[in-house]
Design a protein around this ligand. Structure first.
Ligand code: GRG
Length: 295
C-alpha cells in the first residue's frame, strides 16, 4: 500500500472510531455531547492518533487494538485546543476552518466540553484495556504524565507567562514547545508502541526520542506557517503570533534559520526511527511529509 492510501486508511479508522467511542450526541445533556463532537469532528490532520496506530503496527499485528488509545490522545489534543481558543487564553474565533467551540456554542459549554473530553480519554483507557491491567495502567500513567502540569499544561502555562515578555529566550521557547507540542506527539508514539508490544526500555526510549524530535520539528514548521500564511489558507487567525510580539522560532532565528532547525530535528527523528524494529516505511514518509506540510 502506498503512503497516501495507508494514511487515508488510518485517518478513516480514526474518524469512524471517534463516532463510535464518544458519547452519543443525543445523550443528556445533548448540548454538551454535541459540543464534544463539534470539537472532535472538525477535521484536523489527526497526526497524533495516526502516529499511535502506525507505532502499534511496527511489528505487524498489534497485541492490543490501539484504536481506543488513539481516540484518547485525540480527545486530549482536542480539549487542549478548545481551552486554548477561549477568551482567557488565545481568544481565537476560528479553528480548523470553522468557528471555535465558544463561538459556536458559548464559553461555558466550550470549557465543559474540553473538561469532558479530558475525562473521557481516561475512561477509554480504563475500559478498553481492562483485560490487560498492566497495559491499561501503563497507558493511563503515560497519558496522564504527558497531559499534566509538568508537560502539556506546564508548557501552556509557561507560554502564557512568556507572552507577557517580548524577549523570551531560545531556552524558554524550547521548554514551551517540548512540553506544549512535543509531549502529546511523543506519548502517542509510546502508547502505540505499548499496544503493539514494543516494550523493551530501548525501544520505548527510541520512540520517546523520535517523538521529541518530531514534536520539535513540527512546532518550528508551525511557526513558519504561522508567520507566512494568510487566514484563508490556515483557517485560523493567521499571522497572529507574528503580530502579537510572541517569541517564535521565526522571530528568534529568521525563516531560513527556523527552516534549518526543522530539518535538523527531522533528521534526528529519522535517526531515532532507524533504531526501531519492524517496517518503518510509513513512519519515515510521515515524518518527512511533516517538514513540507502546508497546514
Ligand atoms: C489549554 C492545556 C492547554 C493546552 C493548550 C495545543 C495547545 C496547548 C495550544 C494550541 C496552540 C498551539 C499552536 C499549540 C502547539 C501545538 C500545535 C501546533 C497544535 C495544533 O496541532 P495540529 O496542527 O492541529 O496537529 P490539528 O487541527 O491538525 O489537529
Amino acid at each position: 500500500m502506498d503512503f497516501s492510501t495507508k494514511l487515508n486508511t488510518y485517518i478513516a479508522r480514526v474518524e469512524q472510531a471517534i463516532d463510535g467511542l464518544l458519547p452519543a450526541a443525543a445523550a443528556r445533556p445533548s448540548r454538551l455531547h454535541e459540543a464534544m463532537r463539534y470539537g472532535m469532528q472538525a477535521g484536523g490532520k489527526r497526526l497524533r492518533p495516526v502516529l499511535l496506530l502506525a507505532a502499534a503496527d511496527l511489528r505487524g499485528n498489534p497485541l492490543h487494538d490501539p484504536v481506543a488509545a488513539a481516540i484518547a490522545v485525540e480527545c486530549i489534543h482536542t480539549y487542549s485546543l478548545l481551552h486554548d481558543d477561549l477568551p482567557c487564553m488565545d481568544n481565537d474565533d476560528m479553528r480548523r476552518g470553522r468557528p471555535t467551540a465558544h463561538i459556536q456554542y458559548d464559553e461555558a459549554t466550550a470549557l465543559l466540553a474540553g473538561d469532558a473530553l479530558l475525562t473521557h480519554a481516561f475512561l477509554l483507557l480504563a475500559t478498553h484495556y481492562s483485560a490487560d491491567p498492566e497495559l491499561s495502567r501503563s497507558l493511563v500513567r503515560e497519558l496522564a504524565a504527558a497531559a499534566g502540569s509538568e508537560q502539556l499544561i506546564g508548557g501552556q502555562m509557561e507560554d502564557l507567562l512568556a507572552e507577557k515578555k517580548v524577549d523570551a529566550t531560545g531556552e524558554q521557547l524550547e521548554y514551551i514547545h517540548l512540553n506544549k507540542t512535543a509531549a502529546m506527539i511523543r506519548v502517542s508514539l509510546v502508547m502505540g508502541g505499548m499496544c503493539g508490544g514494543l516494550l523493551s526500555e530501548s525501544e520505548l526510549d527510541a520512540l520517546r526520542e523520535l517523538g521529541r524530535e518530531l514534536g520539535h520539528a513540527f512546532q518550528v514548521v508551525d511557526d513558519i506557517l504561522d508567520s507566512t500564511a494568510d487566514s484563508a489558507t490556515l483557517g485560523k487567525t493567521a499571522g497572529k503570533d507574528a503580530k502579537s510580539g510572541k517569541t517564535t522560532y521565526v522571530r528568534l532565528y529568521g525563516i531560513d534559520g527556523a527552516r534549518r532547525h526543522a530539518e535538523t530535528h527531522t533528521q534526528a527523528a529519522l535517526a531515532a526511527l532507524a533504531q526501531l524494529p519492524g517496517d518503518t516505511t510509513f513512519l519515515r514518509e510521515l515524518i518527512a511529509s511533516m517538514l513540507d506540510r502546508q497546514k
